[in-house]
Ligand binder design. Structure first.
Ligand SMILES: O=C(O)C1=C[C@@H](OP(=O)(O)O)[C@@H](O)[C@H](O)C1
Ligand SMILES: C=C(OP(=O)(O)O)C(=O)O
Length: 450
């Protein structure tokens, strides 16, 4: 793929004049919010979603479900909070009222992997034609695993033999389901997509992953965990099942009252700020137990020189003033790669990031984009077959292009904290999962930024 930097407004990344000391309330998880919306839409009764993430990806998901007939009411008042819940006293909640899914409809997936992969299985349960379209990049992102699997399970899909978007699912109101083999080595979301709607397939589903290694296992665990919480019966490898095989039994889903955890992958730049400036950042409401891949940051950023403690106040992450290189397989936590690469470029030794070849098909080709942009600031990054080799060099200011990738923008902001004169092109792309990023970032730096 060729990377074509575009010219959009430049955001001067704030430079930290000292150690960052801040408490940062991180908005809700994209991955949890979008799974919860799908499960609530498929439930047999209404449910609540509290502290949902409101970002481009989740609003696209909510809009798509509304287009298919699901009621999603937004409330921003203390009345919406369950007594004693984290929101009592104010906050935002969505009430989700399932109804018969119906077309014809057009779903805009934007560039949201969760929308383009999780909704086609649900669309097979709608009556009528559901057309899927999205950003130009969505045409390039892999979808064949979902399309081929749904066809094998009884669906009719018209994609002009592309195996990608745009496409139309000819929904008939039900899907046979059954056993299907897929190669999910390019995206774990293929597996999650099939499992999430499977309780509503006539025979449920048995998904057998037959390809090489499967990325992002914590996200598949999240899918299984959230399915079980709404009453689905799931057999999976990690509770004694066959390796690479997941089974979901058909059955009705419960409408639940769920409070969304902070997005731990979006906590990454803030923790990185403490690491690279030798400061301290507290992220309130860090869950003690979670399936989110961002929880691995506690270990990864500790290896890279920080230390952390889970306290009543949240996760307290402290930098030591030293940043170390790391040799790590990020296959399970690929979405953390851009932020880790940025920190690695500021370390005292070389880093090797492995197991993330599939990032070439994320929002942009992240391996190419990180290599190009860090090197243009004076860095020494090379692509390997499955990741990056990063040799820290003294960096200088310049424009950091983002290629419509929210995690490129936050990676550039991390560099800008300690490298004067970094300008982020199109910081607004952070709206994909964290529209508040520029404000949260400058707020974090009150007193230590310039
Ligand atoms: O299921 C999910 O919510 C996600 C799974 C992962 O996708 P891949 O397995 O395609 O990397 C991850 O990178 C993405 O940000 C979110
Ligand atoms: C890969 C990502 O997103 P998506 O859900 O679009 O795959 C990401 O958020 O890093």
């Amino acid at each position: 793929m060729t990377l074509n930097p575009v010219s959009t407004p430049l955001w001067p990344a704030p430079y930290a004049t000292g150690a960052v000391e801040a408490t940062v309330q991180v908005p809700g998880s994209k991955s949890v919010t979008n799974r919860a919306l799908v499960l609530a839409a498929l439930a047999a009764e209404p449910g609540w979603l509290r502290r949902p993430l409101r970002s481009r990806d989740t609003v696209l998901m909510a809009e798509a479900l509304r287009t298919l007939g699901v009621g999603i009411e937004e409330t921003v008042s203390s009345d919406s909070a369950a007594p004693g819940s984290a929101l009592a006293g104010g906050g935002e909640a969505w009430r989700i009222i399932p109804s018969g899914l119906r077309g014809p409809a057009t779903v805009d997936v934007g560039n949201a992997g969760t929308v383009m992969r999780f909704l086609p299985p649900l669309a097979t349960l709608a009556e009528g034609d559901i057309r899927f379209d999205g950003d130009p990049r969505s045409y390039e992102r892999p979808l064949h695993g979902v399309i081929d699997a749904l066809r094998a399970l009884g669906a009719r899909i018209d994609d002009d033999d592309r195996g990608s978007l745009p496409m139309t699912v000819h929904g008939t109101g039900s899907l046979d389901g059954g056993t299907v083999e897929i190669d999910a080595s390019s995206s774990s979301q293929f597996v999650s997509a099939l499992l999430l709607s499977a309780p509503r397939f006539n025979q449920g589903v048995e998904v057998r992953h037959i390809g090489p290694r499967l990325p992002s296992m914590p996200h598949i665990r999240m899918t299984v965990d959230m399915l079980r919480r709404v009453g689905a019966q799931v057999d999976e490898p990690e509770s004694g099942g066959e390796p690479n095989v997941w089974r979901v039994t058909p059955g009705a889903l419960l409408g639940r009252d769920l409070t969304v955890e902070p997005d731990l992958s979006n906590a990454q730049p803030f923790l990185a700020a403490a690491l690279v400036t030798g400061g301290r950042v507290i992220v309130p409401d860090w869950p003690a137990h979670t399936t989110q891949p961002g929880d691995r940051l506690r270990e990864i950023f500790t290896t890279m020189g920080g230390s952390c403690e889970l306290t009543e106040a949240g996760l307290v992450f402290t930098g030591s003033g030293r940043v170390h290189g790391i040799d790590v397989d990020l296959g399970e936590v690929g979405e953390l790669t851009p932020g880790i690469a940025a920190v690695a470029a500021l370390a005292d030794g070389e880093s090797v990031l492995r197991g993330v070849a599939h990032l070439r098909l994320h929002e942009t080709d992240r391996l190419a984009a990180l290599t190009k942009e860090i090197n243009e600031l004076g860095g020494d990054v090379t692509e390997t077959a499955d990741g990056l080799r990063i040799r820290p060099r003294p960096l200088h200011g310049g424009v950091f292009h983002t290629y419509d990738d929210h995690r490129m923008a936050t990676a550039g902001a991390i560099l800008g904290l300690v490298v004067k004169g970094v300008e982020i092109e199109n910081v607004a792309t952070t709206a994909k999962t964290l529209p508040d990023f520029p404000d949260l970032w400058t707020g974090m730096l009150d007193g230590t930024g310039q």
